[in-house]
Design a protein around this ligand. Structure first.
Ligand code: RTP
Ligand code: MG
Length: 152
């Protein structure tokens, strides 16, 4: 796959999604879309990892609550790959506040409040690179799917 638009993005099902048994539903949506799962693991997030992941929000009033929430129980972390994967995942997630997220999106269908919005996805190529290195220093797998000729 030489396509320049082929991207990898970091995605996680947040503690509320794991607790509510929504991992399968969320992974299934991305798989059905055609995105390729190249890494995945259940992670009990440390305070250090949470603070590094959300470093851009360090000065925001909700930072403490955000770190507390994301470290409160395991998250399901993954790397998804495909054509325009970063923007496609963000579109499928919906707006940050589930109350404003369109029906049909993950947050629009499965979330209710901004503090517990079910899912995270990298918001730019720079974020994706940083987050993949932070969460998956071991890297992703490379493998061929028989459907790769039909999907990007
Ligand atoms: P995420 O990083 O978790 O994928 O979410 P996002 O890009 O859609 O939103 P972002 O602006 O990066 O905010 C990160 C998380 O902080 C919480 N938040 N709370 N109380 C508030 O006003 C507020 N604003 C943001 C949300 O849980 C959001 O996912
Ligand atoms: Mg964000």
């Amino acid at each position: 796959m030489e396509d320049m638009a082929r991207e990898q993005t970091f995605v996680m099902v947040k503690p509320d999604g794991v607790q509510r048994g929504l991992v399968g539903e969320i992974v299934a949506r991305f798989e059905r879309k055609g995105l390729k799962l190249v890494a995945a693991k259940l992670v009990q997030v440390s305070k250090e990892l949470a603070e590094a992941h959300y470093a851009e929000h360090r000065e925001r009033p909700f930072f403490g609550e955000l770190v507390q929430f994301i470290t409160s129980s395991p998250v399901f972390a993954m790397i998804l790959e495909g054509e325009n994967a970063i923007a496609v995942v963000r579109a499928m997630m919906g707006k940050t506040n589930p109350a404003e997220a369109a029906p049909g999106t993950i947050r629009g269908d499965l979330g209710l409040t901004i503090g517990m919005n079910v899912v995270h996805g990298s918001d730019s190529p720079e974020s994706a690179k940083r987050e993949i290195e932070l969460w998956f220093p071991e890297g992703a797998l490379t493998y061929d799917r028989t459907v790769d000729a039909w999907l990007a």
